[in-house]
Structure formats: C-alpha cells, structure tokens
Design a binder for this molecule. Sequence first.
Ligand code: KE4
Length: 428
Amino acid sequence: MMNRTLSENLFNKALELIPGGVNSPVRAFRNVGGNPFFTKRAKGAQLEDVDGNHYIDYIGTWGPAILGHAPLVVTEAVHEAAKKGVSFGTPNPYEITLAQMIVDWVPSVEKVRCVSSGTEATMSCIRLARGYTGRDKIIKFNGCYHGHVDGLLVAAGSGALTHGEPDSAGIPASYAEQTIVLNYNDAEQIKEFFAARGDEVAAIIVEPFPANAGLIFPKPGYLELLRELTERHGAVLIFDEVMTGFRVAKGGVQELVGVTPDLTAMGKVIGGGLPVGAFGGKKEIMDYLAPDGPVYQAGTLSGNPLAMAAGIAQLKAMEKANGYERLEIIGASLEKGMTDALTKEGIAHTFHRVGSMFCLYFGDREIFNVDDVMASQTGQFKKLFWNMLNNGVYIAPSPYETGFISLAHSEEVIERTVEAFELSIKDL
Ligand code: KE4
C-alpha cells in the first residue's frame, strides 16, 4: 500500500484555505472517495507525488498534456518567451502565429480570438451567437459540460422538451429558462423541437463527441442533422471542442466527421498546459465582436505571450512527430490490452476510444447518451480507481471523465499499465 502521508497533511491544510481543498472540484476525488494526492513534479507519462510515489498518468491535466508532461519543446519555448517578459497587454507576434495555425488546422475557423479558459471560450460563443442572431434560446444536451457558464450549468428538466433547471446554486431561473436541454443522439426529439420553435433558437452548443459523461459517439447522421436544422432555421451551430480539438485530429472532430459548425470553442491542447482557450468561426459572425462589432468580449491575459509560445510549440511538435497517427497506434494498444484482460476475467464492459481519448464502461449496455452512462454505473469503478492508483496508474477519479494518452506513453508504459490493470480487475 502506498504511503501518501505528506499529501494528506497538505490536503488538511488546503481544506483550511481553499474551498474543498481544491481549485477545481473534480480534483477532490469526491466520485471515488478518499483524498487527492499532491503532485510534486511531472515528466513524460509520469506524475510524482509529494510522498515520492510515481504514477503513470492517464489524465494529462484533463487533456492539455498531449506530448506528455513538461515536454522540452514547450518548457524551452516558455523559458525563451519569459526572458522577454511575461505579459504585455499589447498585441504580440505570438498571437498571430497561433491564430494562423488554428485557422489553418480547424475547418470552421476563419477568424479566432484567444481567451484564458475553455469556459471563456464557450461563454463567448453563446454571447456572440445571441448577438449575431438577435435570439435568446440556447440548446444544449443532457450530460454535455461546457465549463461553468451560468446559462450552461443546466441539467435536463423533468420532461424531454423543457426549460432547463439550474444544476448549480446561484443561477437565476431567468437564465436557465433561456436554455433548452435535449437528449444527445435523439434525432426525433430535436426535429420536433425545431419544427415547433426553431425560429427562437440562437444556437445549439454541443460537444460533438461528449466527453464529460465518459466518451460518447454520435449515431450515424446525428451531427449532420444538427447542421441541417441550424442552417434551415438560421441558428448558429457551435461545436465545443475544448477537449477534442487538436486532440482527436489536427482539425478535431469536425475534421474526422466532415461536419463544419459555425463557431468552435477550443482550449486545453492549444495552451500546452498554460491557460489558453479560444473561439473562432465564420468571419461574418466573428466580426460581430468588439471592437468592430456590438458583442463585447475581453480579457487582460488573452493572448498572453508565454501561453501562446507554449501552444505554438506543442502544436508544431505534434505536426512534426506525426502525432495523431502515433497516438492512434498507442491508443489501440492500450485498448487491446485492457479489453483482452476484461474478457479473460469475464467482466462485461464497453470500451469507447477515439485516438488518444478513451473511456471504460462496465456492463454490456450500449452507450448513446448520459442515461445509458448512469445506468451502466456499478460500484466497480471506485474499486478499480484505487486498485490502479495503488498499482501505480492514475486514471480519472470519476467514471464520467475521459482518459487521455500522450506521445510519452511508450510501449513499455502501456505494458506496465496493462499489467497493473490485470492485477486491478482481479477482485472487482
Ligand atoms: P475550462 O474552463 O475548465 O478550461 O474548460 C471548460 C470546458 C469546456 N468544454 C468542455 C468540453 C470541457 O471538457 C471543459 C472542461 N473539462 C473539464 C474536464 N472534464 C476540466 C477539468 C476541471 O473541471 O477541472
């Protein structure tokens, strides 16, 4: 059993100073019980905690660490940028370089603005869509998470076609009423909604591959339907690719499936681990943004030179390394190892993977939406989490999160992971 005494001591201190002891709730291990460890350093596929325990990391700081932790190309780029100053509050050349890469890589993006988080990116997309269409209603899908934006922290209401209800305190009902929550992958439901109220809809915002309820894939034709309905009714289609952008392909899900939204929210990988979000899309819509247009949006540290330098270095390294093809090979190897082990143990499972993103569901239910995910939940995940952690592998501390693989996950790392997994599922 690993000793995590120093982490426990730090967590007790953190609880006195920081709500829940964490700066972001998912880090508190509430879905798996127990207390989180504190990381002292990270390199490649490994984390080292303050007690000197080492873990193979399958979270990658929730997506950004696609090259692995502290890749030299990124740390050197940040170091070089920092020597010239850490923030200017004026335009800087890095902003143009990253903007050009995003425009070149992402099919929907003709113009892009950088911000400092994924939440800012989705929040800005929503405001921009409302300003551009002059409409108020936003459609989101049950189980999709778009950051802590007031109007998007809304769960599905009791009915199918209903006004949303806040799933956080502090959100006025008047905000939630502007958000319609539908069921992902339910084509009939959204067709009915648009037939009845399509001209009220400012935008649909969707994680094209929902990755905040595990990892869910669209039924054939579903994303194409969202594209067709929004086009027909003059609504904006927003893909929230904060997680999938630059992760599942250079151009994200929209490149993989050939469906081009009007706006895309981005983040994580494009910051190389530093705080970067971005949103972009059609020039015609983006030009509604201040200072040219009537939709205000701003940020002191937007386009920060260190963060831009980190993102540029990371994207260039992915391109140079043929990173997406390599991640597919690594991902397939991990999937085979895990699913072979589960089959050998006779444990019913569903394994969803796209490139270097994956999620293991227990049970044999097909997963098409968050209801399927909830129905597949068994006590097995919690036990798996702690078994894996004590066998030196850190998987997401929640069955509703996606796993991430990096280019630093070598064959040897994958082999060690599969060995740990085989041990960890013995007593599930
Ligand atoms: P941030 O504001 O946390 O940078 O991004 C919000 C966001 C927006 N859209 C999608 C699809 C996202 O997945 C996220 C944030 N993802 C979570 C992980 N599921 C971040 C981890 C956390 O909340 O600490």
